[in-house]
Design a binder for this molecule. Structure first.
Ligand SMILES: Nc1ncnc2c1ncn2[C@@H]1O[C@H](COP(=O)(O)OP(=O)(O)OP(=O)(O)O)[C@@H](O)[C@H]1O
Ligand SMILES: [Mg+2]
Length: 274
């Protein structure tokens, strides 16, 4: 992936790409026809995402971030170009790529307990013992074991979002796609869930692609942040922070690598003349 626009800082460069990236977006365009009018949302978008990467996507509201994530999840077919998963073209949802949608309190079934919300995606396909085993592990990884028999409305917002993540983990995904996963949560809950996500990624090694409106969150979580911009949108900038994979809510956020990457992203998003 080439960086568009002259680099203004001495940010680290992207590392060499894997032989076969986990995900590859090849010259993708997406157009929608609304009331007979055709609008192109994404045009000529190309990028690669490596196996153990955490990639953030930022951009102004309405630029096409969710559209890009839906392409990566096989939920939306491109109008042009293609998406490759482990080197193979794909354009429909598969078990190894799981999306966590933004609206967690609408995504959970209110009449099912936490355990039965988490088991939803696997209960018809595995034996009862396998389901129990996988659900137990997902609940443990998301610190929800004690809430297994609660109903969603008995949980806090952060816990409900953890149920959503547990529901994705139970599928044993190789790629986790998250659309503004922590946007609606208070700052402390958000920080805890950010660290939970980093820990889970280290434990399982899955690829993570997430969307956020929060520049700090983008830098804190990601190895690399893609900025979507323009109309039709494309990747207008790629920022690699170079932060070590071990992160800390206080020390990382004060480190020069963090503040440099944060500043670069903010300038790109909000313009330098503000
Ligand atoms: N199914 C659809 N039919 C028609 N237009 C659509 C469809 N899905 C998205 N769009 C349009 O595509 C554009 C990009 O939408 P998208 O949801 O990807 O933006 P976004 O960057 O995720 O915005 P936000 O930050 O507000 O979530 C918007 O103008 C939206 O109206
Ligand atoms: Mg969106």
């Amino acid at each position: 992936m080439t960086e568009v626009g002259a680099p203004e800082t001495d940010l680290p460069q992207a590392r060499p790409a894997d032989a076969v990236p986990r995900l590859e977006v090849r010259d993708v365009s997406v157009s929608f026809t609304v009331k007979g009018k055709r609008r192109t949302i994404l045009e000529g978008v190309s990028c690669e995402i490596a196996r153990d990467e955490i990639v953030g996507i930022v951009g102004r509201s309405g630029t096409g971030k969710t559209t890009l994530l839906n392409l990566l999840g096989g939920i939306l077919r491109p109008s042009g170009g293609g998406i490759l998963l482990d080197g193979e073209p794909f354009d429909k949802p598969v078990d190894k790529v799981i999306t966590v949608f933004q609206d967690y309190n609408q995504a959970l079934l209110p009449w099912r307990t936490v355990r039965r919300n988490v088991s939803l995606g696997i209960e018809r396909r595995l034996t009862r013992a396998e389901v129990t085993d996988r659900v137990d592990r997902a609940l443990e990884m998301t610190h929800l074991t004690d809430n297994a028999n609660d109903l969603p409305w008995q949980l806090s917002g952060g816990m409900q979002q953890r149920v959503q993540i547990a529901r994705a983990l139970v599928m044993e995904p190789e790629v986790l796609l998250l659309d503004e996963p922590f946007g609606a949560l208070d700052a402390m809950t958000r920080a805890t869930l950010q660290d939970d996500l980093l820990r889970l990624q280290r434990e399982t090694g899955f690829t993570v692609v997430f969307i956020t409106h929060d520049v700090d969150e983008a830098v804190y979580l990601a190895d690399r942040v893609l900025v979507l911009g323009g109309s039709p949108a494309n990747v207008v900038r790629e920022v690699v922070s170079g932060l070590p994979s071990e992160r800390d809510q206080l020390d990382t956020r004060e480190s020069p690598l963090f503040t440099t990457a944060r500043r670069t992203l903010a300038d790109e998003l909000w313009g330098e003349g503000r």
